[in-house]
Ligand binder design. Structure first.
Ligand code: BEZ
Length: 211
């Protein structure tokens, strides 16, 4: 059965480039980003893994652990890592799962047979500290992901998890947020001391409450 938002992220034990891990134990109380790669020694993946390593500080500031999965074995991953490091001028600083038996790829439905019978698509799962899936994205193998967008969406997920707000189109950290429709404007004025601007009775903005 395919996964849906709110489902518990399936747990697994796997070999990675940083040793054997149990996924839920490895996550601990952190947020997590599990993202798949069609194969080792492929050009787009080489840029994506390097970018993730370069952004380690940005993920850490948000309390997010990153972990990649590719359906190749550990020996292949370990041979590929020097290329990733050289091309991107970075030291690899997060694990890549060796998924040669496709256990993780199948658990997370990362192989879409009409796209490719063997390789995974570019899936992204953002997982909350409660181990539930907060966001899923699927890109084809030919399109590298936008890491500015991944960080932006994590900011929105973390804001909206803790405050009664949603985020509008193209929102980014620091912009005004939208008061959720379940709160009346009268209650919103009490709840959001920085102010509430009513554009429509159902569209109310408030300055970002966690800033
Ligand atoms: C890549 O990972 O670089 C890639 C995979 C399939 C098609 C095109 C690029």
């Amino acid at each position: 059965m395919s996964l849906r938002l709110g489902d518990i992220a399936p747990d697994f034990t796997a070999d990675t480039t940083q040793g054997k891990i149990n996924f839920h134990e490895w996550l601990g109380d952190s947020w997590g980003m599990l993202f798949s790669h069609p194969a080792d020694f492929t050009p787009v993946c080489t840029t994506e893994l390097g970018k993730t390593a370069l952004l380690k500080g940005d993920f850490e500031r948000r309390g997010v652990k990153t972990i990649a999965v590719s359906v190749d074995d550990l020996e292949s991953h370990n041979k590929w890592i020097p290329d990733i490091e050289e091309v991107n001028g970075v030291t690899m600083n997060f694990p890549i799962i060796a998924d040669e038996d496709r256990k993780v790829a199948e658990l997370y439905d990362m192989i879409h047979p009409n796209a490719s019978a063997k390789a995974t698509v570019r899936s992204v799962f953002i997982i909350g500290p409660d181990k539930t899936i907060k966001l899923m994205l699927t890109y084809p193998a030919s399109t590298g992901r936008n890491f500015t967008e991944l960080l932006r969406v994590i900011d929105s997920l973390q804001l909206t998890a803790n405050h009664s707000v949603a985020t509008p189109a193209d929102w980014k950290d620091g912009d005004d947020a939208i008061v959720v429709p379940t709160i009346s404007t009268e209650d919103a004025i009490k709840k959001f001391p920085k102010g509430v601007k009513e554009v429509k009775p159902y569209l109310r903005y408030t300055p970002q409450p966690n800033k």
